[in-house]
Write a protein that binds this ligand. Sequence first.
Ligand SMILES: Cc1cc2nc3c(=O)[nH]c(=O)nc-3n(C[C@H](O)[C@H](O)[C@H](O)COP(=O)(O)OP(=O)(O)OC[C@H]3O[C@@H](n4cnc5c(N)ncnc54)[C@H](O)[C@@H]3O)c2cc1C
Length: 337
Amino acid sequence: MEKFQWAQARTLEEVQEQVTATTSQLTSGQKTTDTSIIKAGGVDLLDLMKEGLATPEKMIDIKAIPGFKTSTYDAKKGLKIGAGVTLSMLQKQKEVKEHYVALYEAISHAATPQIRNMATIGGNMAQRTRCWYFRSEDHQCKKKGGAVCFAQTGQNDIHAIYNTSICPCVHSSSIATALMAFHAEVEYLDQKGKVQTVLLTDFFTPPEVDVTRENILKPKEIITAITIPVPSSDTKSYYIKQGARESYDWALADVAVALEIKGNTCKKAAIVLGAAAPIPFRATEAEGFLLNKTIDEDMAIKAAEMVLQKATPLSGNSYKIPMFKAIIKNCILKTIS
Ligand SMILES: Cc1cc2nc3c(=O)[nH]c(=O)nc-3n(C[C@H](O)[C@H](O)[C@H](O)COP(=O)(O)OP(=O)(O)OC[C@H]3O[C@@H](n4cnc5c(N)ncnc54)[C@H](O)[C@@H]3O)c2cc1C
């Protein structure tokens, strides 16, 4: 690892004064000098540095910024999670388990207790993909400013089954899968120091917009909070993650479902797939199909079939199709059990 400077920021202004780059600029070679970047828990950032993919001259630690480690629940406004709140803090917050079951399940199945103690919600949203070609110093892939996507013809078992033509890496955040099912928003400070709010769906950047990055953040822009509206009292949600083993790892397939159900009739639906596409994938067609339907096993199977109809798996990952079908069905059925 190269030598680097480390600074503890006390205010957002200090962060904006000192930060000059994003990790995607570093990993794609767009910025090679004057590279000062944001560090939160450091879980992903330090990995990138150890892997030789990012060599920032300076990192600005944002964990001590007032309010960053606070998560509050308001019965009208919902949940506001400061960007520096760790996954383990969220896991312990009673309102998360009470009102956002899918989110609670996603957090409980992410990484390990030790990593969850370090990992912040802001850093989790901005973490980079775990595509093994991107993470390998020896492969100058499109994400790193190269011309080739090695996953297209190489080992692509963990990759996407939708939107695979430019770069089939999948977004690594399983927390985002659940947050999207609750229509979460990202609050961030833009380059001019103004607070902006964007739906999580619009926060992520697909490869056709810019293959070198996964979100909209520009240098100096800081996630300050994630907000989630209060789900109606009829909303039931669930989340299932399937990994390669019953241990810590990123998902091979994960699904979050939030259904508003009156009687057994579905009045609103959100179905989100993680590890399926370069950004978390909202199954809007199946969501529409479930509206005003009685939710039972037959309907859950039909919705799952519909979601996977348009999948375009690569040579090594068609196993994801039955896997997703099963977990979508099971998530839907969990909401009525
Ligand atoms: C073994 C292992 C298993 C894992 N399993 C899972 C899993 O199952 N599910 C899952 O979701 N994750 C998983 N992770 C990933 C882990 O949760 C993330 O690496 C972690 O959440 C990143 O958060 P951090 O605070 O450490 O971010 P950092 O590493 O500090 O930062 C990550 C990136 O975000 C930027 N950043 C950080 N905070 C902000 C901010 N407030 N505003 C703007 N930019 C910011 C940094 O510049 C950097 O580019 C796993 C990690 C490991 C090592």
